[in-house]
Design a protein around this ligand. Structure first.
Ligand code: FES
Ligand SMILES: [Fe+2]
Length: 394
């Protein structure tokens, strides 16, 4: 079956046909119709606190420079010189008062305007050679970029995430740890994995010890209703946001078990309460923005996840742990303890996602039915398929 027929014939409620996970042509469609169209989480403003601090983010063939400008804002440009196209920033992060191309030393301002071009003719008009700009939106210290000419409306994400994130004071938070995993899997299998807890009971004993209902053997409904009253009284946002129609963001707050303070292996706090939080009772805040952003935040730290596909069978997963701006390493937190919960839980998931991919490569793989508890996976896959259909004009 050709690609168009595969898209048109997909039956909602079943895992995707093999080609959607393994095929090069469909990977290119994913890049074009989703990754080059939607909003991508790039990093946090705390990664680039000073003027000229920058990091680069490679999305398929496009390297993007994300830089703190002279006004204290954040701007983003394609990392391709307007002379003959060389990469300008060759490192993943750094500080640059000006952006100088290493090839023939054209120099750009932080806002992307061309400042100097050596030995060019007198009538050379610099103003026509600014770096190509990239759309940027900041939500409470989270940097999102879009490579689209006209990206989808980001306002609902901004308005929806804002109240949940505000108490964490992410713009002034401290980036306490970072970790990268390179996975042999398709990016969608990571998203699918993170949209269901059907696998949690067997795969995540530590997670199930921390979260009520994660094992699917107990109901969290009563506890949730009671906690929502307490959270609201403290001014914490509680009203979840679900995916509806073609929306691409999601928010939820759910309780930890009564004796559990944080996402840690012993259930005890791992740092001081973050931002405006006064105690360890904010539960877990989960945020998602398709296609590449996840947050799980507890009272004392924020854990961010950025997924980046490299090919149909390869992804980077970049994780960050943020703590309160005044938290002191060695006194208020210990990096090993801070990261242990998501190191253990994440690595359980990465293994599942890689196994899933390897099994899907089998000549005998065929799509199987999602369970009722995988409804959120169905919603993601339907959203995904909708974007491809839209892309091919159907
Ligand atoms: S390619 Fe950048 S200055 Fe020549
Ligand atoms: Fe998992």
């Amino acid at each position: 079956m050709n690609t168009i027929s595969l898209i048109e014939n997909y039956e909602s409620g079943e895992s995707l046909p093999q080609a959607f996970y393994t095929d090069k042509e469909i990977f290119e469609m994913d890049m074009k119709h989703i990754w080059q169209r939607y909003w991508l989480f790039a990093g946090v403003t705390a990664d680039i606190p000073k003027k000229g601090d920058y990091f680069t983010y490679k999305v398929h063939h496009d390297s993007i420079i994300i830089i703190r400008d002279d006004q204290g804002g954040v701007t983003a440009h394609y990392n391709t010189c307007r002379h003959r196209g060389s990469l300008i920033c060759t490192k993943e992060q750094g500080n640059a008062p000006k952006l100088m191309c290493p090839y023939h030393q054209w120099v750009y301002n932080k806002d992307g305007s061309l400042l100097k071009a050596r030995h060019m003719p007198d009538d050379f008009d610099k103003s026509e050679f600014d770096l190509h700009p990239v759309h940027v939106r900041i939500v409470e210290g989270l940097i999102f970029i879009s490579l689209a000419d006209s990206p989808p409306d980001f306002e609902p994400v901004q308005a929806g995430f804002g109240p949940f994130l505000k108490p964490f004071k992410i713009p002034s938070a401290k980036v306490a740890a970072k970790k990268r995993y390179v996975l042999r899997t398709n990016w969608k299998l990571i998203t699918e994995n993170f949209r269901e807890c059907y696998h949690c009971g067997a795969a995540h004993p530590e997670y199930c010890r921390a979260v009520v209902g994660a094992n699917m053997k107990e109901s969290a409904d009563e506890e949730l209703l009671q906690k929502q009253v307490e959270w609201s009284a403290k001014g914490l946002a509680t009203k979840g946001i679900d995916f509806v129609d073609d929306s691409f963001h999601f928010a939820v707050r759910y309780p930890l078990r009564s004796h559990v303070e944080s996402y840690s292996l012993d259930g005890k706090a791992v740092s001081v309460p973050m931002g405006d939080h006064q105690d360890y009772d904010a539960g877990v805040l989960g945020l998602v923005c398709y296609p590449n952003f996840w947050i799980d935040a507890v009272s004392d730290y924020v854990w961010t996840m950025r997924i980046t596909p490299v090919s149909a069978s390869k992804c980077y997963v970049d994780l960050s742990w943020l703590v309160d701006e005044n938290a002191v390493e060695g006194k208020d937190y210990d990096v090993e303890r801070l990261i242990e919960f998501w190191k253990v839980t994440g690595e359980q998931d990465w293994e599942l996602c890689e196994n899933n991919y390897s099994g899907i490569e089998s000549s005998r793989y065929q799509p199987g039915p999602y369970a009722p508890s995988e409804l959120d996976v169905v919603k993601f896959v339907d959203w995904y398929m909708g974007r491809l259909k839209e892309g091919i004009g159907g």
